[in-house]
Design a binder for this molecule. Structure first.
Ligand SMILES: [Zn+2]
Length: 355
């Protein structure tokens, strides 16, 4: 009888781990803005502003993936792990060059923790004058933590051209980073994305790690391997997009920045917000233009943030003398925000349909 009960207890425990429905356990706050959620005995998700990273502990050692936005938050995270878990942080993996993944890198280095990143991330950080991850990894790399291993893999361009995923073989946990989207959440910052390659990159992730029990996206609730499938479906329509849609002549605007109103049937003001109707507006940074055509566009003249509830979006790469269309799509809910001089424009959409 006792054996039977133990059997059922084990079965129930494993069943609850197999359930694909996300975020069963509630997280707890360790400092202002940082939440920790335990997902397996040795694995934790750290979240700040809906932005996820991973903590993996094996024996007396720990590895962290992805920093919060700031040095302060990253220091809080490092302090919690060393003081509460009594482990040594043997490495910090940076999974992409965006500020929501390496904004706290200076704090990592100040603590003498070695940082690892895909070689392309290191190059981009250098080019952009950002703090540079110390150890360059190849497309596939193994890091030892305690008596376990962690696998880092670059499987193609997606959310950025350098994003990696991190696999914990002993836990069957995949940190998908921003290559994997949370279910029905925002599509995220597509300002630096390769929408055309994204689905095939996600397919490679599925081929290698489709057996994952838990998949953690870069933002929002975690789930199971169905999140990989969801991401493939989300970006498949872009795989064959032919980027030859008509475009305005941008040649005389090549050096401009911030927001340019190309046309609008009507404009009004509400404090710092300018509201344009039936508008075409351009926003640009050092490497790209974003063209928005929408019934209503709101532009904050102080922050240069642009908001629109629905409309059409096109992203162009700036190349000498002309602009080359990278992707175009209809969207619902769009935000364009200048992040900073180095990082450029973040283009965040809720949902989109390619032309
Ligand atoms: Zn990002």
């Amino acid at each position: 009888m006792r054996k039977f009960i133990i059997f059922w207890a084990t079965l129930l425990a494993s069943l609850s781990l197999l359930l694909p429905s996300a975020q069963s356990s509630e997280g707890f706050a360790i400092s202002e803005g940082i939440t920790i959620t335990q997902i397996t005995k040795n694995t934790f998700v750290h979240s700040s502003d809906n932005n996820n990273g991973l903590i993996y502990i094996s024996g007396k050692e720990a590895l962290i993936v992805s920093t919060p936005q700031t040095d302060r938050q990253t220091q809080d995270l490092i302090d919690w792990i060393t003081q509460e878990k009594h482990v040594k942080i043997v490495g910090y993996v940076i999974d992409r060059w965006h500020p929501d993944a390496m904004g706290g890198l200076a704090a990592v280095h100040a603590n003498g923790i070695p940082s690892y990143a895909y070689v392309r991330t290191q190059q981009i950080a250098q080019q952009k004058g950002l703090p540079v991850p110390q150890q360059a990894m190849d497309e596939r790399a193994i890091i030892h933590v305690g008596d376990q291993t962690v696998e880092c893999a670059f499987l193609g361009k997606a959310h950025t051209e350098d994003g990696i995923v991190v696999w914990l073989p002993n836990e069957q946990v995949l940190f998908g980073g921003n290559e994997i989207r949370n279910y029905k959440g925002w599509v995220g910052n597509i300002g630096d994305a390769n929408l055309k390659d994204w689905a095939s990159t996600a397919r490679r992730i599925k081929d290698l790690y489709g057996s994952a029990r838990i998949v953690i996206p870069g933002h929002g609730p975690f789930g199971g391997a169905e999140l990989i499938e969801y991401t493939i479906d989300l970006f498949s329509p872009f795989s064959n997009q032919i980027n030859d849609a008509p475009r305005p002549d941008l040649s005389d605007l090549l050096d401009q920045r911030a927001v340019i109103v190309v046309k609008a049937s009507e404009s009004s003001e509400d404090g710092d917000i300018k509201i344009f109707k039936d508008a075409t507006i351009l926003s640009s940074d050092a490497t790209k233009y974003v063209r928005i055509e929408a019934p209503v566009v709101r532009w904050n003249i102080k922050t240069n943030r642009v908001d629109s509830a629905k409309g059409h979006l096109a992203i162009f790469d700036k190349t000498p003398g002309r602009a080359v269309l990278r992707a175009s799509a209809a969207y619902t809910k769009l935000i364009v925000i200048p992040v900073n001089e180095q990082v450029g424009l973040a283009v965040i959409v809720k949902a989109m349909t390619p032309d």
